[in-house]
Ligand binder design. Sequence first.
Ligand SMILES: [Zn+2]
Length: 235
Amino acid sequence: MVDCLAIAAHRDDLEITSGGLIAKLIDKGYAVAMLDLTAGEMGSKGDAETRNEEAVAAAKLLGVNVRDNLGLPDAHLQNDLASRALLAQKIRDYRPQLVILPHWEQRHPDHRVCSQLGFDACYFAGLKKAQLSGEPHRPRKIIYASYYRSYEISFAVDITAQFERKIEAVKCYRSQFNVDDAANKVFITGVDIFEYMRVRDRELGMRIRVGYAEGYIQKELVAIDDPLQVGGVSI
Ligand SMILES: [Zn+2]
């Protein structure tokens, strides 16, 4: 059982989009599990075994001791009944209160499907008559990591204290991001992933007046009991 289950399509997705928040939750004493839906066997670089070793090392660096893999087909993720049942079973097993998913608008089809599949599996896990083992469970809160595009962000989390750890965790993926290879660029513009993370998290950090931050989206309206306790400075 964990407090938070972070779900992404590929190993390394979670470190890039949510490494700061995951490390912060660990620092706060919460139990966090990272679940990758695929083993990355279709990736242009590295193989599934190498990426597994890298993923374990990255999770260890963030402080997460549970790193799970659903073994769904890389580059062919589908939001079908079989995949939903597999993921819903994990949600019942881990029983998280908080689930982190990728945003539903994505260029990579696996990321888009992961978002929808994750939401539907959270719902399915709560159905009493679902053909799953264990007690029904539905996470209370689902938040979506926004990273490669500028969405309307619901809230930002200060990850200043965790930012360098996040960078180190992404560096564990030597097969994907070779820091010494100047030609190895993730984006067409030639900006490497580390530069991108620094700029993006710094810009969000400035908006909430801290060093670095990660932005998240939630679909539901935020319920506030006491406006005097809400973070952020207006003037
Ligand atoms: Zn990915």
